[in-house]
Write a protein that binds this ligand. Structure first.
Ligand code: SF4
Ligand code: FES
Length: 253
């Protein structure tokens, strides 16, 4: 019996300053194999120094975000065979290193997430992501009189924010071209999280104003160019761009 194989091309870079290169690996396919499984195979059988992030393997921790075939996706949620060549008019072309001989039909190309500093191979520096996330104070805070989380909500109130609650902080929406060119832009994930708490009935008016003011400062909502690449790549249907638009509309109320 012949074992079906797939060639995986991986972006390799030993540190932020070294010259990147692409390496090819042949991986034997197993039923249901994900891109994350393929990375484990490569690490186990070819090169144990290959660096990538993961944790849950179940599309819930948000750690395994990668650019797969030029489209940001979760490695643990993306199957190797068949693999869809995703494209979306709102997602810009993502370029990392020089690669002129990629056979799109037969090879899977794996690169890091865009618009972040590469630390090693497929691992990016998420520090700015977390700094901006914390800035909007996306949590309940009794110090400023929030009554949550033990207080109840109506079904309708819960449903209104449900989609936003699904965010797993994977950083795929950092693909936004504004995040690429403006390093001070709060970015779609932090702004989506901001709206999730602005719109939560358990948050006090005082806390809501703190979050809203943060979202309305310079390099925040007003910096969004309504490209909506964030909506196109989000693996959880959070629609951060739509949330940003809703914050913008609050201003006019
Ligand atoms: S909004 Fe979507 S793409 Fe952005 S961090 Fe959350 S889950 Fe990931
Ligand atoms: S490993 Fe947790 S989301 Fe993929």
């Amino acid at each position: 019996m012949t074992i079906k194989e797939k060639t995986i091309i991986i972006y390799r870079q030993s540190d932020p300053k070294s010259k990147p290169k692409y390496e090819r690996y042949k991986v034997p396919l197993t039923p249901g194999m994900t891109v994350l499984d393929a990375l484990f195979y490569i690490q186990d059988y070819y090169d144990h120094t290959l660096a990538f992030r993961y944790s849950c393997r179940g599309a819930i921790c948000g750690s395994c975000g990668l650019t797969i075939n030029k489209f940001p996706q979760l490695a643990c949620k993306t199957q190797v065979d068949p693999i869809e060549l995703k494209k979306h008019a709102r997602v810009p072309e993502l370029i990392f290193g020089e690669l002129s001989d990629w056979d799109k039909e037969n090879e899977i190309l794996i690169e890091p997430l865009p618009n972040m500093t590469i630390i090693k191979d497929l691992i990016v520096d998420m520090k700015p992501f977390w700094i901006f996330y914390r800035e909007v104070k996306p949590y309940f805070d009794r110090e400023i009189t929030d009554v949550a989380p033990e207080s109840s909500q109506t079904f309708e109130d819960a449903r209104r924010i449900e989609q936003l609650v699904y965010c797993i902080l994977c950083g795929l929406c950092w693909t936004c071209p504004v995040s690429g060119k403006n390093k001070n832009y709060l970015g779609p994930p932090a702004l989506a999280k901001a709206f999730r708490f602005i719109d939560d009935t358990r948050v006090s008016n005082e806390h809501r104003k703190v979050i809203y003011d943060k979202a309305m400062q310079e390099n925040s909502v007003s910096a969004c160019e309504k490209i909506f690449a964030c909506n196109a790549v989000c693996p959880k249907g959070v629609m951060p761009g739509t949330a940003i638009d809703k914050i913008r509309k609050l201003e006019k109320k």
